[in-house]
Design a protein around this ligand. Structure first.
Ligand code: ATP
Ligand code: MG
Length: 393
């Protein structure tokens, strides 16, 4: 039986006069995401996106891909049939056989945008509902609180039948590209991939920077960050990843600064260097994965000291979340299993035994002033490796 995929968008509906612009962006993002998945047609009618004209065996891949596109709130598979009552009945009976065989209450909801169809929506609902009631002995009609709502849509291009309960939840949010660009500080941990996903969900394109301490951190640690970026790219379509050599800076800090300030001074270097990369890339904000009080470097005073080195907005979407909530999100978006692989991160290699918990800006500024900050930053920026990462690579 021939199937199509229907997708509904969410927040775009609220966009008033700008709605066509956001719709076009979403359609372009969908076409781009499906380009390497299947040959297909993508069209939009009355706030529903129709994906058809693909090889039958590609439907699962298409649904999976759509389930990761920001802006879409739900995805449904539907059977396609001729626009006549006999064909609609026969198709519904066969297509919904499994769903309607177990005891349940149901109703049919019809929509008719093709006004040349001889029955109106109410007549169509009654006719198809009565027919299905006769065909399946375990089901009973209940128009108020049905277990199952069967949808029948009559559109210009054809008729579609589906079980509304089988809708798959989409990501929601806004289409990528509607909210300029931000630079994500991506470690190999659990938090930063989730932070990146949350900001991308608001329509913001993402590039990522990772600080890497060769040879203290291994190639496997680098592979892990690349894999995390690849998983995020399934939602954003592409991620440009900047890998910054960090060892020289860390060794200098270790040799010349008080051990208890080490993490904070390192974090300040990360912010300054990330801002430079961000400005060059046209990004308007930095994104990091802190939540208040999670570790010593995430107390409010520590965040004050870290964030003071840049006047670029710093987006910290996890700031009020518990670790448990972050882990749940990491599992949902598919980064958790990769994040917990036990490869060392550049910060864990150089962690002080007793980090300062209540640092002051002036103290840290003084202790880091022994370093040639500009020279160290320039040298790190010169050594950057840039990798473009795509969902399928
Ligand atoms: P994560 O789980 O994201 O690693 P964390 O709880 O380990 O976070 P920190 O180590 O304090 O927290 O780092 C805070 C934030 O700084 C991270 O969420 C990330 O945005 C950024 N960061 C930390 N280490 C790196 C790194 N090696 N490369 C890029 N960004 C980093
Ligand atoms: Mg970390």
């Amino acid at each position: 039986m021939k199937e199509i995929v229907l997708a509904k968008y969410g927040e775009i509906i609220l966009k008033g006069g700008n709605r066509p612009k956001f719709e076009k962006l979403l359609i372009d993002n969908i076409k781009n995401a499906l380009k390497n998945v299947a040959k297909c047609r993508v069209t939009l009618t009355q706030a529903t996106i129709y994906i058809d004209d693909f090889d039958d065996d590609k439907i699962d891949l298409i649904v999976d891909r759509l389930s990761k596109i920001f802006g879409i709130v739900s995805i449904t598979r539907a059977a396609v049939c001729e626009k006549d009552m006999n064909s609609i009945k026969a198709t519904a009976k066969e297509y919904l056989n499994e769903d309607l065989s177990a005891p349940a209450t149901f109703k049919v909801e019809a929509r008719r945008s093709d006004k040349t169809f001889p029955l109106n929506s109410v007549q169509l609902s009654i006719e198809l509902g009565g027919y299905l009631d006769d065909c399946f002995e375990n089901i009973k009609c209940d128009v108020h609180e049905p277990d199952i709502t069967i949808m029948a849509e009559i559109r210009e291009a054809g008729a579609y039948v589906y079980n509304n309960e089988k809708k798959i939840k989409g990501q929601g949010g806004m289409p990528i590209g509607s909210g300029s660009k931000a630079m994500l500080l991506l470690s190999g941990g659990i938090d930063s991939p989730v932070a990146g996903h949350m900001i991308a969900k608001r329509g913001v394109a993402i590039e990522a920077v990772n600080f890497f301490s060769f040879p203290y951190t291994s190639d496997r640690a680098k592979e892990k960050v690349i894999e995390l970026a690849r998983i995020i790219s399934q939602y954003t379509s592409k991620i440009r990843l900047y890998i910054v050599p960090f060892t020289e800076i860390q060794l200098e800090i270790r040799d010349k600064c008080p051990e208890e300030h080490m993490t904070l001074i390192m974090r300040r270097f990360m912010m300054r260097i990330s801002e430079k990369i961000a400005r060059k890339a046209g990004a308007k904000a930095l994104v990091t994965g802190e939540s208040v009080g999670q570790v010593a470097s995430q107390t409010l005073s520590a965040l004050d000291v870290t964030n003071a080195v840049t006047d670029m907005p710093i987006l910290q979407p996890l700031i009020g979340m518990d670790k448990i909530e972050v882990i749940r999100r990491a599992e949902e978006i598919g980064t958790y299993e990769t994040s917990i692989l036990p490869y060392e991160d550049c910060c864990t290699v150089f962690t002080p035994r007793h980090p300062t918990i209540n640092p002051r800006r002036s103290t840290i500024e003084r202790t880091e002033s022994v370093l040639d900050i500009e020279a160290l930053e320039s040298s790190a920026l010169e050594g950057i490796e840039v990798i473009d990462i795509y969902p399928e690579c």
